[in-house]
Structure formats: C-alpha cells, structure tokens
Design a protein. Structure first.
Length: 260
C-alpha cells in the first residue's frame, strides 16, 4: 500500500511538471480573430492539461506600421508581463512590400525584447484566389494579381527573414495550410472571400500554434468544440464539428509543418 501511494504521488508530480501555463499577447488583425482562433487554442490547451491566458490587439486590417504608430500594442507589451508575444502583419504586405514589413517588424520586435517575452511570428496563409481589392484595373490590383502565384513563397521568405534577423520563432501556419490542401484539395480552409479562415481553417491554425507554443504534437484533439468569439461588445458562439478523418488530416499537416 505504501509503495502504491509513493507511485501515485510520483505520477502526480510528473504530470504536473509537464503541464504548462502561458500568457500570450496576439498582435495582428482579422487573421487572428476570425474563427475565434485564440479561443480554440485555449480550449485545446485546456483539453491537454495546459493553461493559456491570452490578450489580443487585433483590429481588422492592421499592418506592423499601423500597430507601431497607434502605440496600443506596445503599451500592452509593456504592461502585460507576457511569456510570448505573437506578431502578425497585414496579409499581403510581406508579399508586396517586404522592406516595410522589415522596418516596422523590427521596431515591434525590439519592444517585445524589452518586455522580456519571447517573439513568435505568425506566418500567414496565401489567398486561394484573387480577393476583392485585386479586381479592377488599378495599378495596385494589377500588381497584386501578378504576385498572387508567388504569395506563399514570399510569405515564407519574408517571415523567415524577419525571424532570423530578430532571433524569433515562427508558427508556420501558411505552410500547414498548403500541406493540408495538398493532402485533400476538397478541404474548406478559406472562407468565401478567399482570404480569411473558415472554422476548419481556424482549427488548423490553432493546431499549429498549439504545437509551437507547447512544444508537443497536436494530436487527438477534440473534434467538437463550441467557443466564444468577442468583437467589440458583441459575443458570438462558434460551433466546430470535424469528422475523424478531417481532424487527422489537419493534425498531420500541422505536425509536418512544425517539423519543417
């Protein structure tokens, strides 16, 4: 009986030692909040015995330059005592104007360093078709259409360069999306605007962040979730129900991307 008690006590200590508690700040835009990604991630962490406390500074469409000039993100960095700060730029700027991304990304990264938090870059996904602003005959639209076939490669290049030059890490979301589509082209990760995630896309993004933040494979996650999404003063409940095969496909893509 005494040996059994000692064994159980040791087991409890080991299990507790493996659990993590992280406080994370997401600095980005709608690519973070559409589909309630941070809340899906928090729910996944909870299901695996971890704790995720998060805050967001994610107004729609914001670029690194806008975050820098508005100062709200930097103020949160200074005040929050975060373990990790996630930086995510406007969706197309890393493709169309990487030097601007480098300039303001480095300024934000320096503030993350001052706060003592770890830097984590959210490598976003490419559009899966021309988006609304690419329609028409403006110079901006023509440039966007010309660069669209290279979007994934340029996103990887820009985020990797910024991470290397600021000694940060990457959450390879865009890579996971590409691998998932290659595995199953019928997946619906993009919403009808060809840019933002569906709930399935947000689920895949959350898997990548789980693996990256908690340094473990995102496997056997709950396939049915109801999560709360807050936008300003409005609360919306989002239901996710994935069949076993889709969940396994997404988990495999997240695993492969994080290894890569």
């Amino acid at each position: 009986m005494k040996r059994l008690f000692l064994f159980l006590t040791t087991l409890i200590v080991l299990t507790s030692a493996q659990a993590k508690s992280l406080k994370v700040l997401f600095v980005g835009n709608s690519y973070t909040y559409v589909g309630a990604m941070p809340e899906i991630l928090r729910t996944m962490a909870e299901a695996k015995g971890h704790e995720l406390i998060y805050e967001q500074q994610t107004p729609g469409g914001r670029s690194f330059q806008q975050h820098w000039e508005e100062k709200k993100a930097v103020e949160k960095m200074k005040a929050g005592n975060f373990d990790v700060i996630v930086l995510q730029n406007q969706s197309f700027e890393p493709v169309g104007d990487p030097e601007k991304m480098m300039k303001y990304g480095k300024l934000l990264a320096a503030e993350v360093d001052k706060s003592g938090a770890e830097k984590l870059y959210y490598l976003t996904m490419a559009y899966n078709a021309p988006v609304k602003w690419m329609q028409g005959d403006s110079e901006e639209a023509r440039k966007g259409i010309a660069l669209l076939p290279q979007m994934h490669e340029r996103l990887v290049e820009s985020y990797t360069r910024l991470a290397n030059e600021t000694e940060g890490r990457i959450a390879p979301v865009g890579i996971a999306w590409k691998l998932a589509y290659e595995s199953n082209p019928d997946l619906q990760l993009h919403s009808a605007d060809h840019s933002h995630p569906t709930t399935t896309g947000a689920y895949l993004t959350s898997l990548v962040f789980y693996s990256t933040l908690f340094d473990e494979e995102a496997s056997d996650m709950p396939g049915e979730l109801t999560v709360e999404m807050r936008k300003k003063d409005k609360i919306k409940f989002i239901k996710i129900k994935l069949d076993a095969q889709t969940r396994k496909t997404l988990e495999a893509a997240a695993k492969a991307a994080c290894k890569e």
